[in-house]
Design a protein around this ligand. Sequence first.
Ligand code: ADP
Ligand code: MG
Length: 354
Amino acid sequence: MSHLHLDNLQCTYDRTVAVRHLDLRVAQGELLALLGPSGCGKSTTLRMVAGFVPPSAGRILFGDRDVTHAPPHARDTGMVFQGYALFMHMSVAENVAFGLQMRKVPRAEQAARVKEALRLVQLEHLAERRPAALSGGQQQRVALARALVVRPAVFLLDEPMSNLDARLRTEVRLEIRALQQRLGLTTLLVTHDQEEALTTADRLAVMDHGRVRQVGTPQQVYEQPVDQFVANFIGRCNLVPGRLEAPGAFRAGAQLLPCAAAATPPRATGELALMVRPDRIRIAEAGAPGLPARVKLGTYLGGTTEWHFETEVGPVSVAQPSVPARGAPTIGERVSLQWSAEHALPLPADATAS
Ligand code: ADP
Ligand code: MG
């Protein structure tokens, strides 16, 4: 049985349908990331699970317990908000103790649990400080400790790293993941950052306009995106418009391009595009089999360089290690672009559209 089950959950604000027909199951100890552009309904979903926003339809189950109508403090959730929402007039220890007071935990036990939670996030030595006297990263840890101290059955994180600078974000991300795994916490992590989702989550749900487009492991979603939206949102990709001429053959203008034969030809043929990741394309000599292309520009990205090509079917990008075996392409050079058929997927614009 899943530990957290969102069953056909919906949320309508005055005029906006923020979340529609949401069906998600999270296993005990699993971290599921909700990923999607701003406004797609991620925070609303989290607030419904925490009990701050009532669903307009559907159910929320923790194990076999239906909590759809339970008040927030009766749900055993620990939530970390985007802006941390710390109480600035309270000390670190008082902030962390807050949830325990709300739950009327005896004083002596409160003190012991606050200490334990601060130890988990390595902030014991700052227990008496006010949040204003802490760095962004330390405030973030206080927010984590405050959520962990209630020993949540479901751990909810709403863009918890977005206020941190890039380096600290990577560090805190690894710490949160390690802590989550060590404590076996069933977790929903909201993020609009695809790298954060890919590196932190056991599975991710890609959302758009209140709907889930795809749920899967990071590998599944990257390697087998169901549609152009998901392919574009997770990682970089080339999309060549065209149609499926035969199994394994994709027609784009005068070009017949190799593609995965196993892919089911979607009904909406008018809006098909062939998806190939930039890191799956090889650059070969002009005249070799493949798509004829001309080098337009190289963008140096450190470990890799992204090469931009003009082709008959539109612009195509290719990612190569910055020290390629065969010498770097030169601007204006004519080449041939090759890929294995299984790495080229014909995708509809929206797989969930009916
Ligand atoms: P996300 O977290 O993915 O950025 P939200 O869940 O915050 O998205 O918002 C989803 C949609 O619901 C958006 O269109 C947003 O404008 C709307 N929305 C969010 N909160 C409210 C609210 N309190 N009242 C009315 N509309 C809201
Ligand atoms: Mg949000």
